[in-house]
Design a protein around this ligand. Sequence first.
Ligand SMILES: *Cc1c(COP(=O)(O)O)cnc(C)c1O
Length: 424
Amino acid sequence: MSSWLERDKSAIWHPFTPLKGMTEPEMLERAEGVNLYTKDGKKIIDVISSWWVNIHGHSHPYIAQAIAEQANKLEHVIFAGFTHEPAIRLAERLLDILPDNQSKIFFSDNGSTATEVAIKMAFQYFHNQGIEKKKIIAIDGAYHGDTFGAMSVGDRGPFTAPFDPYLFEVEFIDFPDADKEDEVWKHFKGLVESGDVASFIFEPIVQGASGMKFYSAELLDRMIALAQGHNVICIADEVMTGFGRLGPLFAADLLEHKPDIICLSKGLTGGVLPMGVTSCTEKIQEAYRSNDLMKTFFHGHSFTGNPMICAAANASLDLLLTDDCNNNRERINQRHLAFLKQIENHSMVRNARVIGTILAFDINTEKDTSYFNEARHHLYPYFIEKGLLIRPLGNVIYLIPPYIISDDDLDYVYTTILEFLNSY
Ligand SMILES: *Cc1c(COP(=O)(O)O)cnc(C)c1O
């Protein structure tokens, strides 16, 4: 029998991983709290919450128990024509904590489907009313997922090149860097006032995959207000920012003008099982409430509203809404801010930044700053060797830890990063 890693290599195609020349994956045995434990006995602290999802850490016993109990009671059922308590409770609880203007929950499977649903919901909103509006605005550098609609409204680059001919047309505005705000505002205003814009999709305040880039909440607020004044549906993709990542429960809590549609996933189930949610306002539903069957929203997935996943999400919400969790997010923020002071003037560091539980900075390399920047290939194995899962985006190092990470673990993470900066 060949080794597990040989068997993996022969049978499995991993995400975002080249088939040739890939670094060998770590073979995991188990995970608990912030720690991943490999089969050969190594401990790795998961400082990025495994692709930004595990907000309460790994194998949380409370969430595990909720899933097990639900699995023994009602594990799955078709969600058209049937409903159940875990889904109803989850929808009500989400509406309780989402901005007041949100009034309906549509379930799907992940972050990409949550944005697909949002885009389709917005286009059909106009279609159902016989209004011709074709354009959609997105922001340069955006990431909304890997399915075709989500890719279309995302950044066009090396990752999308093979599919570019098949992606639909989108009006991209520049990323509103501080020195570009006036320019971006003018471009946006011109587009919105043209009258042909159906929707505007954005990652509120922080663009994640493009490298944890922050932009002005005040500007976004003005853009939403202007867009809504012209009947443009504003879609906030809170797949990364949702569930406390920026401090408050949602990025929308930092805005005065609330989006029409909100997309959620990642932290929704505590990162334990996949689920997407698209919430919307009464105004959106109005266009679908009709005796005409053809105005139905014809969208669904086999596992929509799966009871075990709803149970996991309900358990995760229980944990999220405790004072403990709130205090932990505040504590991480304070610790990040203190570390920021330590590194912001370091010669290897550019643009150090903190919002909520996210800390990010750019490595000062002379070279190209794209994802393929060489920095990344040195950094990832360097930190794994030190027992830290840190997965740089190009030359951007970022921390997005589970909220339960201890002060001691944070100390170790900060010290290791400083050592690295001093030796680079
Ligand atoms: C991760 C992410 C997605 C895609 O979510 P998946 O569950 O990976 O499909 C969409 N939007 C944002 C902002 C994300 O960070």
